[in-house]
Ligand binder design. Structure first.
Ligand code: SF4
Length: 331
């Protein structure tokens, strides 16, 4: 059993379930997630070979993790059957090897799947953010800084919040990624301030579903800002979350991935995480293992066609890979 490593198929299965039960005392640095649809849960990062998966902790999950060796080896079980062995990774600031910080845990928008507007959480001061980066830096494991934010009062306010922080982050000498709702000219400002990569989320590429679930936002505007960002940051440096499980068809996903890739944008196919605070607000169904594998393979073929490679990312989710099947890394 020593070398039972995670395959792409097994990772797809684990993502399709999305949760695990574990004795909380075994979890290294599990922090509450405050970003996007995973907000309000605690997670664990399980690594096996080159693959990493993030699972939210839920004592009722059919999956469980147990310590099986003095050497820090853990096993992941499905209803008593051992599936894979690996290690648990510390995630001091949201995910391993990064300081991935949500600046503002509030939002004035009302995307129907997202719990953030309901939670109306904390807004971090600049000092709090810099203290978190310092904490990760002191572990010797800071490989990237990633910043994201809800919208406290205005989208421009969040861009300004990021721009204000950036000068103080340069001294860490690691790549910086930023994910916010884009404003006119923000990509150029971020680039000039030392940002390496940006992620502006389309959320879905199905226009009908977009209107239903993200009615406050404009898909056409986000696509325009993504295109501009590629002109500034270059290929392989601009990303966009594309949620899977809002009722979109596979062919809508294919068309959407192709549209984004044609612009030079790498989509992150993100399984929906139905949240109790949003029960019934919109269609939300976590994709099956089979669908996740099919869509990831389809995405890889499209990325190849447009000369894109998600394995080159330096920051944010494509660097982490915990929540998604990532082409060029997982398959
Ligand atoms: S893939 Fe992204 S959202 Fe998921 S744990 Fe990693 S950084 Fe966080």
């Amino acid at each position: 059993m020593q070398n039972k490593l995670m395959t792409a198929e097994l990772k797809a299965f684990l993502i399709s379930i999305g949760s695990v039960s574990i004795d909380p005392s075994l979890v290294p640095f599990a922090l509450g997630s405050t970003a996007g649809p995973g907000a309000g849960t605690s997670s664990v990062f399980f690594r096996s070979g080159k693959r990493r998966v993030r699972l939210s902790i839920n004592k009722d999950s059919p999956l469980s993790i147990e310590n099986v060796g003095e050497d820090g080896t853990f096993s992941l079980f499905m209803e008593g059957e051992e599936l894979v062995r690996g290690t648990l990774e510390p995630a001091l600031a949201h995910c391993p090897e990064q300081a991935f910080i949500t600046l503002c845990e509030r939002c004035i928008f009302d995307c129907k799947y997202c719990p953030v507007p309901k939670l109306q959480g904390h807004v971090k001061s600049n000092k709090e953010v810099l203290d978190i980066v310092d904490d990760v830096f002191r572990t010797g494991n800071l490989k990237a800084i990633s910043l994201t934010s809800g919208v406290e009062n205005s989208v421009q306010g969040e861009v300004d919040r990021v721009l204000k922080l950036l000068p103080a982050l340069k001294k860490y000498n690691v790549p910086i990624g930023v994910s916010v709702y884009p404003t006119e000219g923000c990509s150029k400002q971020f680039y000039e301030a030392g940002v390496s990569e940006v992620k502006y989320n389309v959320e879905t590429m199905d226009p009908g579903i977009f209107k239903q679930v993200c009615g406050d936002l404009s898909l056409a505007y986000i696509l325009k800002k993504l295109e501009e960002a590629v002109g500034i940051f270059g290929k392989n440096r601009v990303f966009s979350n594309f949620i899977i499980g809002l009722g979109e068809s596979d062919s809508a996903v294919r068309d959407g991935v192709e549209t984004l890739a044609k612009l030079g944008v790498i989509p992150i196919l993100r399984p929906i995480n139905p949240h109790p605070l949003r029960a019934g607000a919109c269609f939300a169904e976590r994709p099956s293992r089979e669908r996740l594998l099919k869509l990831a393979k389809m995405e890889k073929a499209i990325l190849v066609k447009y000369g894109l490679n998600s394995g080159l990312a330096k920051t944010m989710c494509l660097r982490c890979t915990g929540c998604d099947l990532v082409p060029f890394v997982d398959l």
